[in-house]
Design a protein around this ligand. Sequence first.
Ligand code: NAP
Ligand code: MN
Length: 270
Amino acid sequence: MKYNVIERGDDISKELTERFKALAAAHGVIQDEQSPDIVLSIGGDGTMLQAFHQYASQLDHIAFVGIHTGHLGFFADWKPAELDHLASLMFSVTTPEDLPIVQYPVVEIEITTETGVETHLALNEFTLRGIEVSLVAQLHINDELFEMFRGDGICISSPAGSTAYNKSLGGAMVHPSLEAIQIAEIASINNRVFRTLGSPMILPKHHHCDIYPKAHQNMLLSLDHKYMQRSDVVSIRCRVAGNVKVKFARFRPFPFWLRVREAFVGQASQ
Ligand code: NAP
Ligand code: MN
């Protein structure tokens, strides 16, 4: 088993990283930045997003696990005080095939420009937004025109990302065992002239949504924490990634609904 650590850069995360590396060395476990079997993220959910994008081309053979050095994270569910315990569980696994894992679907985005097609993955979500003026875009579902969107933007999230930006947009929490994407509107304009559905939609695997922005429109695209400004987009196809999922090492169960409760509801009073 080869590992790598991606950390947030604050003092606590750095110190935990050093301790983990010392434990690994003592157990003869090798660090491999190029092609690890397991990636430990130490920081917040944002740190896990960074780790995911760094290894997005190797998702087929890498498992991720996270320690949170801030508040409880959705992707980082081990506490700093549990570092030794986590390390011993990890080092007791000798071959990557023996890692206990759960797999979550991710969002696949295919951006078509006048010069070609590029494919990206998002762990949480993909968003597109207008810059200076409202976003104007046709939304097609399974090759049929669905609506003409006008407003701030559109957010396409994975089930794991349903608790992130999507939640602020009034989207539903989706269990990550469901292979689906959710389309949520960001401040759509609705009046007698412009009309959109106004509710979040959940598409199953094998369905797709195509977004055709008005030609040469200046837009801000985001893939998780990464942003890019573009004006060369002809269309964007969004769907559940067909051939790849993200793997998380699950050394102990922590059910999704418990995570949701702890993050957003707190302990219910009797
Ligand atoms: P950030 O500004 O630190 O992220 C915003 C918050 O979202 C942080 O508290 C972050 O946790 C949390 N978060 C990230 N992924 C989550 C998930 N799957 N479930 C629940 N909470 C989650 O920026 P960042 O850390 O680079 O994260 C980028 C993400 O921020 C984007 O993917 C997007 O989902 C989210 N975001 C949300 C809004 C909004 O709600 N209005 C706006 C922009 C972006 P940590 O503090 O542990 O990192
Ligand atoms: Mn963050």
